[in-house]
Design a protein around this ligand. Sequence first.
Ligand SMILES: [Mg+2]
Length: 228
Amino acid sequence: MKKYFFFDMDGTLTPSRQEIKQEMAEMLASLRNKGNITIAISGASREQMLKQLSNSVDYILAQSGSDTPFWQRTFDENNKKEVIDHLQKIKDFLSDQDILGIEEDLLQDRGSQMAFSFLGHNSDLDKKRTFDPKGEFRRSLLEKFPFNSEDLECRIGGTTCLDYTYKDSTKGKNIEKLLKRFGWDKNECIYYGDALFSGGNDETVLGVIDAVEVLHPEDLLVKLKEYK
Ligand SMILES: [Mg+2]
């Protein structure tokens, strides 16, 4: 029996950077009414998560959980420089193609995570959706320009992003810490995410708790029906 329901946010509970739809909020309410615990974990900031999810889940773990006081760790100047240098190589490579959005909207420094959106974090939702649905474009760039860092790793996140986090602060690692801290049984946990593919930011959850790939929020609704 599952009791702890973990969800990625963008592309899983909600469309990218959009508010949760009523049907999804009702589904989560129904899970909670039955005594289940719901947890959203995302690379987004806490403020952004509250905006999108309001009080529809029990726990909000922002920046993939790295904002959680017990294990918060902020990027230092060296870490930031590594990210900026890596991105510069990619930007230079793409400079003759009309891909990147408005410069000011590309990179977000979220403290314990940095997120680079190729189109811009606030760019048009339909464009975001069709940009790189399977992460192939971003994966090919990471193959061409591997991110070599002692402390950090880079993963494909959201619809258009590269997410940089500490190696010990991935979604999977942070879920592990949470389970240990709260004494939750991993067999009672299940995770739903749209980026479980190779290189995706949900992939780090594989092997930590059961994980289910979802295509989009409508698909998640179908997959949760059995628990309703
Ligand atoms: Mg996602």
